[in-house]
Write a protein that binds this ligand. Structure first.
Ligand code: NDP
Length: 478
């Protein structure tokens, strides 16, 4: 059985407690590896290594930083199958999807490796009195905390800009999905990343995550996870005046107007609703369909979702894998019960399922629910599973108000062939990302993040490079 260990000061080491947590394969419900159960002692050891390594890393030429980060990207690509299989066994997602995500993890490393080469300071000529320029310097030692849904993809999305900007990093992947970040630590050694520049500490959120947030020497925290955890992190970090980037939950609307290209909208909506078992913060869990096409779209969507194969995540024809953990499986089933109590009619799914050969795994049928009020809990709270609510609407003003009527503001999708309507609605939706006639089409240069309870700050492109640097204004009198 593999033991997932920490990566500190360039070495793979046990947690100092010498204790381990169980790591489960969600498709079988069985323990298949052990995870270092670390605590603040390990975080502090990582910090001691990071604080020594950071100045030298910051002063390494941008080209050398590029080289080592690009090498890491190449090694992920070389071992794509090994990484994808590990992600599938750890997370429960289909293997073909894990492969896509591993490619994107490599892309994150390469994208920010090139950003290191192109990051530049601005200058401002102040009439004929002075020249100002902005130095953007590394912060020092920063903390990156990432969730279980897109494990290596979101892990690299954070650490890559932090490293590219010259920081040393202490990273904590989710205890539910530590395997690919463990493999990642091995390729960092192989790629020649200097010791202490990246440190990966495994263990429980309230122990390791909290120790990172509380650590006096760690000056910035980049966190992706649930809104409740984000609020707790903010309350600890704020009085310590740490820089904070929070990417939190969502309750995203997917709106199909009457003039939409229905074939395209239905095909994409199957993914928007159920890709990765609905465990993507950007999934659309509230589907609104114009009443003129409601029955037609509903029936066709039900047929399309019925065809999704549920089961063995390693089988290439599987579309719906396992839910990440027993506790999350029970939470999602609890929401289906709640939806029934709130008057929802289950159009499809609604039950746990035991695929042949995977009877002890945590699988849930993709579930469509109709007839719920827009303000009920099912339509307001993030479920983060293969469960969507569908409703008809008549008027544009009405649907904008309903779409905006949640505490969250991460992403919205709209379907229409009317360009004017698309622009007008996009302007009025209170979401950090609005997709028109597409979903999850990502350009890594664009700002990524949410409004309201979906987060604070933006990641992606220069936004991330700016987050991981301190701007300093230098003013020279002429
Ligand atoms: P959690 O908030 O439970 O955990 C996220 C990370 O924080 C994990 O590494 C977790 O560790 C750690 N953590 C838990 N408690 C603490 C604590 N007290 N202090 C510091 N760190 C802590 O989220 P999930 O892992 O359940 O992820 C799902 C959530 O993430 C959903 O709400 C989803 O919407 C959101 N998300 C947001 C995205 C965005 O970009 N806006 C993208 C993807 C997901 P451990 O798991 O080991 O306990």
């Amino acid at each position: 059985m593999i033991t997932i260990q920490n990566y500190i000061n360039g070495e793979i080491v046990n947690a100092q407690s010498n204790e381990y947590l169980d790591n489960y394969n969600p498709s079988t419900g069985q323990v298949y590896s052990k995870i270092a159960n670390s605590d603040h002692v390990d975080v502090d050891a990582a910090f001691q290594a990071a604080i020594i390594a950071q100045p030298q890393w910051e002063n390494t030429s941008a080209e050398d930083r590029f080289r080592v980060m690009n090498k890491i990207a190449e090694l992920i690509e070389e071992r794509l199958d090994e990484f994808a299989k590990a992600e599938t066994l750890d997370q429960g997602k289909p293997y073909w999807l894990a492969k896509n995500e591993m490619r994107r993890a490599a892309q994150n490393m390469r994208f920010f490796a090139t950003a290191a080469m192109q990051f530049a300071s601005e200058s401002h000529a102040t009439e004929n009195k002075a020249i100002n320029y902005t130095l953007r310097q590394a912060i020092g030692v920063v903390g990156c905390i990432s969730p279980w849904n897109l494990p290596l993809y979101l892990f690299t999305w954070k650490i890559a800009p932090a490293l590219a900007a010259g920081n040393a990093v202490i990273a904590k992947p989710s205890e539910f999905t530590p395997m690919t970040s463990y493999l990642f630590s091995k390729i960092c050694i192989e790629a020649g990343l200097p010791n202490g520049v990246l440190n990966i500490i495994h263990g429980l959120g309230p122990k390791v995550g909290q120790a990172i947030v509380e650590h006096k020497g760690i000056k910035a925290i980049s966190f992706t996870g649930g809104t409740v955890t984000g609020a707790s992190i903010a309350s600890i970090a704020a009085p310590k005046f740490k820089k904070l980037s929070l990417e939190l939950g969502g309750k995203n609307p997917n709106i199909i107007f009457g003039d939409a290209d229905i074939d395209k909208a239905i095909k994409t909506t199957v993914n928007t609703s159920f890709m990765n078992q609905g465990e993507i913060c950007l999934c659309g869990s509230r589907l609104y369909i114009h009443s003129s096409i409601y029955e037609q779209v509903k029936e066709r969507l039900i047929e399309a979702v019925k065809a999704l194969k549920i089961g063995d995540p390693l089988d290439d024809s599987t579309r719906i894998g396992a839910i990440v953990s027993k506790q999350h499986f029970e939470k999602v089933l609890g929401y289906i019960e709640l939806a029934k109590q709130e008057g929802g009619k289950i159009l499809l799914g609604g039950e746990a399922i035991k695929p042949d050969g995977f009877e002890n795994g945590w699988f849930i049928q993709p579930t469509l629910i109709e007839g719920l009020d827009s303000m009920c809990r099912t339509n307001q709270e993030e479920i983060f599973g293969p469960v969507i609510s569908i409703s008809p609407f008549d008027y544009t003003d009405e649907i904008i108000e309903i779409a905006n009527g949640t505490e969250y503001g991460l992403a919205a999708t709209i379907w229409t062939e009317n360009l004017t309507l698309a622009h007008r609605v996009a302007q009025r939706l209170q979401f950090g990302i609005v997709w028109v006639n597409c979903w999850l089409l990502r350009d890594l240069r664009t700002p990524f993040g949410g409004m309201k309870n979906s987060g604070v700050g933006r990641e992606g492109g220069w936004e991330a490079m700016r987050f991981f640097t301190e701007p300093k204004n230098v003013c020279i009198a002429l």
